[in-house]
Design a protein around this ligand. Structure first.
Ligand SMILES: C[S@@+](CC[C@H](N)C(=O)[O-])C[C@H]1O[C@@H](n2cnc3c(N)ncnc32)[C@H](O)[C@@H]1O
Length: 182
């Protein structure tokens, strides 16, 4: 049974996918967990040195995603902080690490991702390019390639919860991570 940290996760999806494989998996976020389960509500830096075997991290992309490029010049300080946070996660003293983000300036400012996956490779008929930066983990193999290629996230209505609805990890990707990286 491995000790697994899912950093920056309020949905509990990756945590619960690993728990289904009998691992001691915890989520951590500044927000409470949406689904009851082992969760540290607070700064991931408080617990990052607690002897984890594997960490999967989903840091905020607000100041990093290339889709927000037209605002970049107004938020250089926030961008620097966001990049520093990503660097701290990637440099954490944990043997196996996966860090996930959309197409972002992490590629030009830190390093290129090891792979880019799509929800349609994991059972969801949607497009959302998701980059993975990996340490000591194999590339994630598509688990269920399906036909649909809809960009559903762009059609979500505006509202206070829109960012949350867009940010939850797809269940199929969470299940593939747990099946292949357990
Ligand atoms: C893009 S969302 C990721 C959501 C995730 N995919 C899920 O399914 O729950 C990024 C999350 O990082 C959290 N976060 C930001 N800074 C953090 C920190 N220092 N420690 C822990 N969580 C943090 C935010 O609260 C936000 O929920």
């Amino acid at each position: 049974m491995a000790k697994i940290l899912i950093a920056c996760e309020y949905s509990g999806r990756v945590r619960d996918a690993f728990r289904a494989h009998d691992h001691n998996a915890w989520s951590c976020d500044l927000l409470p967990t949406e689904v009851p389960g082992p969760h540290y509500q607070g700064d991931v830096m408080d617990i990052i040195n607690d002897g984890w075997d594997l960490m999967i991290a989903h840091p905020p992309c607000t100041h990093l995603a290339v889709s927000g490029a037209r605002w970049f010049k107004d938020k250089l300080a926030e961008q620097q902080d966001a990049l520093d946070f990503v660097r701290m996660l990637l440099d954490a003293p944990i043997p196996c690490i996966a860090l996930e983000n959309p197409i972002s300036i992490i590629s030009s400012r830190i390093r290129k991702p090891d792979q880019i996956i799509q929800p349609w490779q994991f059972g969801h008929g949607e497009t959302k390019a998701t980059c993975l930066w990996l340490k000591n983990l194999p590339l994630l193999k598509p688990s269920n390639i399906v036909e649909g290629r809809e960009a559903k996230v762009h059609r979500m209505p505006p509202g206070p919860d829109r960012w949350k609805d867009r940010s939850r990890t797809y269940e199929g990707i969470a299940r593939a991570m747990a099946a292949q990286w357990s």
